[in-house]
Write a protein that binds this ligand. Structure first.
Ligand code: 57M
Length: 359
């Protein structure tokens, strides 16, 4: 909205021309999202505390987590609110792809909200039933996949990192592929969200990485120069990714160890889902396995642990899944696990940048 208003003034004052540039709008979207989150944070934390919307801690978990009981949660309201506001301020409102991403964010936000509401406010211990939560995730992801697949010019070809010559066309199966990416990313971020800053750190790094990929995919000359898929209109997603990274930093301010607030499902579910959607639109779908490698490792540790546990009738590979619990139980301090996982996320981001040249 502010973009349309301010840019229209360039006819009178040429300095307003600067609002035309995606790069400039990305910077101010990131800063605005950070400031909104930073300013609203204390109010949300106080509100959650007053309403006693605090975390219930399972007795099974590592002992160090018992001190966390009662920490305010549902901080996702803060993150998603800041991302939505900053995006609406600074994108071109005619950007179709941004609306698809916003739709996914709103849908997964609603699912996460319902789950947290049942768990934390109505104190129904388990929240939404796993099956109904999963069906709702699939329904929203499928709606987004249809919106993209039937959009003129949207390609059903996928890009394989490090391989230039092979770009298979999935045809109608792209719909299933897109649903798997969106739902998978959402649940992987949710599983990772078990230590202070553990999910939001890699998420900020992934948002920063896709910020670059959205920019190059939406710029015809750069895309041609780098020989990557040009996706007309995807450049506006750079601004969305900037807002995501900015809001993430704002949230990390409060979620940094020892956390004053957790994000809850209302945060982890939409954040993972939007990352998956941006990966799909920018045609860097498979790259998400590298960019979101920390989330993938966490999810794999659960799959391996549960599979092995069932197969062997009760034996475990990890001391506890997801992976961060394994390291905690090995005696690593919480902050060490968190910062080491961030280091891995940064290295993975660097590796994914290299795919622009190494093919
Ligand atoms: C969410 N949620 C945290 C917070 C956060 C299939 C199974 C592996 C599923 C998995 C699971 O339920 N994962 C989903 C993990 C929880 O955090 C809340 O949940 C939100 C995200 N959805 O925003 O509201 C706890 O995590 C800690 N936390 C922080 N800082 C943060 O910034 O410290 C969260 C955010 C919080 C807090 O302690 O209470 C969670 O872990 O519950 N299940 C598990 O992770 C369980 N693993 C398990 O059962 N493993 C077995 C299986 C796989 C065979 C095994 O390995 O033997 C463990 N989870 C916990 N305790 N808490 C079991 C022990």
């Amino acid at each position: 909205m502010l973009y349309h208003l301010l840019y229209s003034l360039h006819e009178h004052v040429s300095a307003f021309n600067v609002f035309r540039y995606i790069t400039f709008r990305t910077i101010i979207a990131g800063l605005s999202a950070f400031l909104i989150c930073f300013a609203a944070g204390p109010l949300v934390i106080r509100f959650m505390r007053e309403k006693q919307i605090g975390q219930y801690i399972r007795r099974l978990g590592p002992a160090s987590h018992r001190d966390k009981a009662g920490t305010p949660t549902m901080g996702g309201v803060l993150i998603v609110g800041s991302v939505a506001a900053a995006t609406l301020f600074w994108i071109d409102l005619k950007s179709y792809y941004t609306w698809v991403v916003m739709f996914v964010m709103a849908g997964f936000f609603a699912i996460g909200f319902a789950d947290d509401y049942l768990k934390l406010i109505l104190k129904r211990n388990r929240g939404l039933r796993a099956w109904s939560k999963f069906s709702m995730q699939v329904a929203i992801a499928a709606a987004a996949a249809v919106m993209l697949y039937y959009y003129p010019d949207f390609s059903s070809r996928i890009t394989i990192p490090f391989v230039k010559a092979f770009s298979p066309d999935l045809g109608i199966f792209y719909l299933v592929f897109a649903v798997v990416i969106i739902v998978g990313a959402s649940n992987a971020v949710n599983l990772t969200d078990g230590l202070d800053g553990l999910a939001i750190g890699p998420l900020i790094i992934a948002a920063g990485t896709y910020m670059l990929f959205a920019y190059v995919a939406g710029h015809s000359q750069i895309a041609q120069y780098l020989q990557i898929n040009y996706v007309e209109g995807s450049g506006e997603l750079t601004i969305f990714c900037g807002a995501l990274a900015g809001a993430g930093l704002g949230f990390l301010w409060f979620n940094a160890h020892p956390a004053q607030i957790f994000m809850g499902d209302v945060g982890s579910l939409p954040l993972g889902a939007v990352l998956g959607t941006v990966a799909i639109i920018t045609k860097q779908e498979i790259l998400l396995i590298i960019v979101g490698g920390v989330f993938v490792l966490e999810a794999l540790s659960v799959i391996i642990q549960v599979g092995y546990f069932k197969f062997t009738g009760g034996k475990r590979i990890f001391r506890m899944a997801p992976l961060h619990h394994h390291f905690e139980l090995k005696g690593w301090a919480e902050s060490k696990v968190i910062i080491r996982f961030w280091i891995i996320a940064i290295l993975l981001a660097l590796i994914s940048f290299s795919t622009l040249k190494l093919r």
